[in-house]
Design a binder for this molecule. Structure first.
Ligand SMILES: Nc1ncnc2c1ncn2[C@@H]1O[C@H](COP(=O)(O)OP(=O)(O)OP(=O)(O)O)[C@@H](O)[C@H]1O
Length: 276
């Protein structure tokens, strides 16, 4: 049973998504202009259910642009994005099955909201169209939600932070809390955009281990932008090398082979590789 199992009118789509080799994301000929600049050109790939896929590439390669286009946060110039078998524009309530942890999570650190309350924001009722007691009196406590929040925080080893103000958390603690926010409801796809930037080496390794455990338990498909090729090669199933266009993709030992890294990062990589 997946944590935070949710009611959804699109049950058939979800059942399909639980089976292996189901296509969670399908990108066809995606191009994105940012102003007059072509940030992404003619990118196509598919993500299968239950895989942990990294997007790597140099600064300005279009990695965040790709993630934002998949989430529908920025417009596409051309091409098609399908999520769970549906065009992005027709995702409807299935959108709640996407979890996203951005590169930077900017908020007012003096805002008085606790960790438990933040995670609770990710929880939704099972029957959204019925006027339940909770919807009529949203300030009243909801035992189902409390249980879901506690079990998500426990799973990311952050239950002890539950009553702490979110503004006082360290970078690593905040990332765990955001992961709990994603975990409190059933999700299919988790997108992380350099989510571990600024987290120390041990924290990063622990987070990757936790992410892979959750991927197996929850059958999450994970798409993560990362600059840490070492972590990527150890923890991801597939790697997509991007530099404005898709340079290559495949298992880490193939995609991260020196000739592919040279094609992705250019001569600067050759110097780096030589010096280390
Ligand atoms: N809002 C914007 N307006 C105009 N150009 C932008 C905008 N955002 C990004 N760009 C440009 O699009 C290109 C791709 O940027 P993007 O942030 O997707 O790269 P990235 O691979 O995520 O880089 P990094 O590794 O540095 O985070 C860059 O040349 C960037 O300058």
């Amino acid at each position: 049973m997946r944590m935070g199992e949710a009611w959804d009118g699109n049950r058939r789509d979800l059942d399909a998504a639980f089976t292996r080799d189901y296509s969670i994301v399908k990108i066809e000929n995606l191009s994105v202009y940012r102003g007059s600049y072509t940030a992404l050109r003619d990118v196509s790939f598919e993500l299968k259910s239950g895989t942990n896929v990294a997007v790597v590439g140099p600064n300005g390669a279009g990695k965040s642009t790709l993630v934002q286009a998949i989430l529908g946060l920025i417009p596409r110039s051309s091409g098609r994005v399908e999520i769970m078998g549906r065009p992005l524009e027709k995702l409807g309530r299935l959108r709640s099955h996407l979890g996203y942890i951005p590169q930077t999570f900017l908020f007012d650190r003096t805002f008085p909201i606790s960790v438990g309350e933040v995670v609770g924001l990710g929880w939704q009722q099972r029957e959204p169209f019925s006027l339940s007691r909770i919807q009529r009196f949203p300030w009243q406590s909801n035992p189902e939600k409390e249980t879901a929040v506690m079990s998500a925080l426990r799973r990311v080893d952050a239950l002890h932070l539950r009553h702490r103000a979110v503004g006082v958390l360290s970078g690593g603690q905040l990332k765990r809390v955001l992961l709990a926010y994603c975990l409190v409801m059933s999700r299919q796809l988790l997108i992380l955009d350099e989510a571990l930037a600024g987290v120390d080496v041990q924290g990063e390794a622990d987070f990757y281990t936790l992410l892979n455990e959750l991927k197996t338990e929850q059958n999450w498909t994970v798409l993560q932008v990362s600059h840490d090729l070492n972590m990527v090669s150890r923890h991801c199933d597939r790697v997509i090398c991007l530099n404005q266009t898709l340079v290559c993709s495949g298992a880490p030992d193939i995609a991260l082979a020196p000739q592919n890294l040279l094609a992705t990062y250019g001569p600067a990589f050759a110097h780096y590789h030589h010096d280390h």
